[in-house]
Design a protein around this ligand. Sequence first.
Ligand SMILES: [Zn+2]
Length: 329
Amino acid sequence: MRVKILGSAAGGAFPQWNCGCPNCRAVRAGGFRGKARSQAQVAISNDGKTWFLLGASPDLRAQIEATPELHPRDGVRQSPIAGAVLANADIDHVLGLLLLRELQPLSVYATDSVHRILTEDNSMFAMLQRVPNQVAWSRFTPRTIFPLHTATGTDSGLRCRALSLGTHFPAYISPQRQGELSAEEASLGLIVESRIVESKIVESKVVESKIVGTSSGKRLAYMPAVPQIDDALLKEFESADVLLFDGTFWSDDELIRIQGSGQTARQMGHVPVSSADGSLRRLAGLRRPRKIYVHINNTNPMLNEAGPEYRQVREAGWEIAEDGWQFDL
Ligand SMILES: [Zn+2]
């Protein structure tokens, strides 16, 4: 499986348009030791040719242009992007779908709750349904393994399973509507596994593909919003080869201290990196996975590579994702 991190920041990106925090001011001024980042976006592929997006960020157009593997290869209208898997209905996570509306066939995977929010409550998403077979929606339930297929039914060899992590739907969904939806489908983490696919290719088109072998044994855990870490989750992480984990906030009261008001990290569904029960401590015992922080908010001091927080994270064996990173597993 090939994994590309197209965007590594939390919602709002870094710098954020209306933010004058020390990080945003410094990166605009040009003297910052660290990099600007676009909003969180991951792309995965089993063969390096057909790609699936994990979420669809508002920065997707620029992220695609910055990534040659995702440019059209043949024909006037074509894309290596076969589809997307949605982990929640947050604007930062789904808005990019509207940027993919140019009648390109796509396979989009979502829970029933997220599907209903997008297609029944938000009429703009009808742009994805203008012609038959434009977007093929597939519903999945948490904990069940589902295969990722292209819109024409070709098996990518990628297998996905969602973990139910948070019970809060985005603020734009009314309390009444939330009552009609399944809370366990509100906010998910994704486990992706690659399997070996044998494809029959005729005149450079895949005409048949079948899975050979049960699994390559390689596993990616994508967890951009984790409200708390329990033992079951630790076990999942220990079975992963790469863990992309919630690096949104350094401390629980980060936004309140910078803005003077607002919610704590935990109230927003993010366990902070630091503190006694933060992710650095709670995940210190993990042995198997390569540990990478993603979804980093612009206020997080670990973005500053000259600062003690950055050093602390790196010395603990973690990496801090940057836009454009790629790895194979
Ligand atoms: Zn900022």
